[in-house]
Design a protein around this ligand. Structure first.
Ligand code: ADP
Length: 322
């Protein structure tokens, strides 16, 4: 199975995100009825929640080519110009991590998004002149994990601005089950649900966990994936319910044991944990808040009764600095 990425190739295979799918289906149908390109789309949401897959699926639905670009690689105007000038009518250009494009590339995009035109300055100083190159009808799909790093003028030039919704455990169960259907070693819906419960509400993490479990089953010659087998893999990977890892456990343990669960400031926790504050706020706390283990008060962070119950259940006494 290795590097298989299980990208959905039909709306049915693209699980969850029902409102978003309905809106996109209407947009696609309307544009096809009038033979115009689908309006430009901006997708925002955390990593692994299906933005690239959605762009790819839109390309499949339009029966056209999707050019995949990465924001960090778009620093000089020429990085983008060479792609745009080779486009054919109705093709899709997907820019992942669009917040990482340079200011120059961003400014180049304004007339592209608004008038479908490349606005270039040729020559230098007194000899320079402005030329406008009309582009084919095409759809730009931008994806970002960090909407607040995009300039307002750029955001406003996308006629369709969509935020990915959260996935339910039932959605993730279905995604895992569908992946397993394509493999030789199978699993049932209860096993898929058990994996979903450990996947941090994220499809990419769910699929990656399934891949590790599958590898284990393959190498130990198991013909079917059972809960017992999954538990062994999670134990080896040190993954707990919800998808909690050692980092989150250390975080909880610092507040609970080191600071006696008194409201604690993020800087203090970051220092003891030896982790950058941004990692804690972006990766550690969202899951703990979602699971109801943590509360943010205006005096600091405290662990909820549910969070303390979890620590007791796994019998975790001390913060481990390793
Ligand atoms: P992003 O671009 O947001 O980082 P991806 O589109 O790369 O996320 O998705 C990560 C993985 O999860 C891919 O293997 C993809 O096929 C799968 N995936 C994500 N969302 C869905 C979904 N809604 N239905 C089925 N599979 C999904």
């Amino acid at each position: 199975m290795g590097k298989a990425n299980f990208r959905p190739t039909s709306w049915e295979q693209y699980i969850g995100q029902e409102d978003l799918k309905t809106n996109l289906q209407i947009t696609i149908t309307a544009s096809q009825l009038e033979n115009r390109a689908v309006d430009h789309i901006l997708l925002s949401g955390p990593a692994g929640v299906g933005k690239t897959s959605l762009a790819y699926l839109i390309g499949v639905m339009l029966k056209t080519k999707t050019h995949i670009l990465h924001g960090p690689n778009l620093q000089k105007p020429s990085d983008l110009i060479c792609v745009l000038t080779q486009l054919k009518d109705f093709e899709v250009v997907f820019i992942d991590e669009i917040h990482a494009i340079s200011k120059e590339v961003s400014e180049l995009l304004y007339p592209v998004l608004e008038d479908n035109t490349l606005n270039l300055i040729i020559g230098k100083d007194y000899n320079s002149k402005n030329i406008n190159i009309p582009l084919p009808k095409f759809t730009l799909i931008g994806a970002t994990t960090n909407l607040y790093h995009l300039s307002q003028p750029l955001i406003q030039r996308f006629p369709i601005n969509l935020t990915m919704n959260n996935y339910t455990l039932a959605d993730l169960q279905q995604i895992i089950f569908n992946c397993a259907q394509q493999q030789t070693i199978k699993l049932g819906m209860p096993e898929a649900y058990f994996i979903a419960q450990h996947s941090r509400f994220n499809p990419r993490i769910a699929i990656n966990l399934f891949k590790r479990i599958y590898d284990y089953a393959l190498t130990t010659n198991c013909k079917i994936i059972t809960i017992v087998l999954i538990k062994v893999v999670f134990k080896n990977l040190q993954i707990y319910l919800g998808g909690i890892s050692k980092l989150e456990i250390n975080y909880l343990s610092i507040i609970n044991n080191t600071f006696g669960n008194k409201p604690t400031g993020i800087d203090m926790i970051a220092q003891v944990l030896n982790e950058p504050v941004v990692n804690i706020t972006n990766s550690v706390e969202p899951l703990l808040l979602k699971l109801g283990f943590l509360e943010k008060t205006n005096r600091g962070r405290v662990i909820t009764v549910k969070g303390q119950g979890f620590l007791q259940k796994i019998n975790f006494k001390k913060f481990e600095n390793s």
